[in-house]
Ligand binder design. Structure first.
Ligand SMILES: Cc1cc2nc3c(=O)[nH]c(=O)nc-3n(C[C@H](O)[C@H](O)[C@H](O)COP(=O)(O)OP(=O)(O)OC[C@H]3O[C@@H](n4cnc5c(N)ncnc54)[C@H](O)[C@@H]3O)c2cc1C
Length: 324
């Protein structure tokens, strides 16, 4: 099994998640239940979330916390040893577990350790540009090496998409003053809109599954704050089982040469179009904008720091490049 990323393993969005992770454990409020968690999620999501996904998430979230603890996650505890749970977002009961203000980082840490322990190969130097599909069946992905620009062809029985992209939360209808008041340190956070089967998280492409920010179902803005991390764990287990089953059952796979050539030509064309501005054509404006927003948040919002931010942004754009 190969897990591919285009950022350092301590630098995906997951490490920014500081609020916590939801599960109806009832450690602090014993009257809590998965049913109440589901009700809060559906209500907060304006009834847009798929009820089946919500049920699966809320039923399985306690198991996800158990797994994390088993793998060594250090979550906050009360003096008597119970896990601490707090309010976060529109919860009826205290059900958010956390590790200081670095919950996502802690989860990422134990998951990486666990993945390495069970022999998953992790690579963080490949930028994937295209999924390879033949006749409705996925057979891998294509991209390029971020260090030297060489092309990368990855063939696989199944692919799990676990990255954001595509859907922007448009809040332009809100007044600027209100946005700054309510979201003073807002990050640009895009989430994917890949359609999946609510139970298996399989997509319409055979062998392709989606999870996490590629498929946020029960998390804000269509669900409840701090459900995202729980979704990654709960549905991460689901897609892992599904992908393994798919692979076991696969008899024959066609690796379509023309799909590979097309993907390669696409990368060649993008790299040939290199402009002094740097890689946004390739790496995506969204990724850079996200990095710039982080710099902006770090810089604060005074006019002096806004000027500093503009300088930093220009500098970052100039200094980032991708080698052909
Ligand atoms: C500021 C912030 C605070 C948050 N707080 C919380 C919280 O308190 N509780 C909560 O539950 N959720 C929170 N969330 C949401 C939660 O962090 C995310 O939904 C979740 O971490 C998504 O995990 P993921 O693995 O899907 O995505 P990511 O952690 O973003 O990982 C995506 C991976 O895909 C790789 N990738 C992307 N594109 C490519 C490409 N083209 N080629 C190769 N690799 C690629 C990246 O390198 C990365 O490793 C927060 C999000 C943000 C931004």
């Amino acid at each position: 099994m190969l897990c591919v990323g285009n950022r350092r393993r301590d630098d995906p969005h997951t490490v920014l998640a500081s609020g916590g992770i939801n599960a109806a454990l009832g450690t602090i409020d014993p009257e809590d239940s998965w049913e109440q968690h589901a009700a809060d999620t559906l209500r907060e999501g304006y009834w847009l979330s798929d009820p089946m996904s919500v049920e699966l998430l809320c039923r399985a979230a306690p198991r996800a916390i158990e797994d994390l603890l088993h793998w060594g996650a250090r979550l906050a505890r009360e003096q008597d040893g119970r896990l601490t749970q707090r309010f976060f977002g529109a919860h009826r009961y205290r059900r958010t577990c956390f590790a200081g203000d670095y919950t996502g980082r802690e989860i990422q840490r134990v998951l990486v350790e666990r993945a390495l322990a069970v022999g998953v190969e992790l690579r963080y130097d490949v930028y994937l540009t295209r999924l390879l599909v033949h006749d409705g069946h996925v057979f891998g992905a294509h991209g390029f090496d971020l260090d030297d620009g060489s092309r990368r062809l990855l063939v696989s029985d199944a692919v799990v998409l676990a990255e954001h992209g595509g859907v922007l939360l448009d809040i332009s209808q809100l007044e600027r003053k209100r946005i700054l008041e309510r979201l003073p340190r807002m990050y640009r956070h895009s989430m994917g809109g890949v359609r999946v089967d609510p139970e298996t998280h399989a997509t319409d492409v055979a062998g392709l599954f989606a999870v996490g920010s590629a498929r946020p179902e029960c998390a804000a803005p269509t669900g409840l704050a701090a459900n995202s991390l729980a979704e990654c764990l709960v549905f991460g287990r689901v897609v892992a089982e599904q992908a393994a089953r798919w692979s076991d059952d696969l008899d024959v796979q066609v690796r379509d040469r023309s799909a590979i050539d097309e993907a390669r030509e696409e990368v060649d064309a993008m790299l040939a179009r290199r402009r002094p501005r740097g890689p946004p054509d390739i790496a995506g404006d969204a990724d850079l904008a996200h990095a710039f927003d982080l710099q902006a948040s770090a810089a604060g919002s005074t006019s002096g720091s806004r000027r500093a931010r503009a300088r930093t942004t220009r500098g970052a754009r100039r200094s980032t490049s991708v080698l052909p």
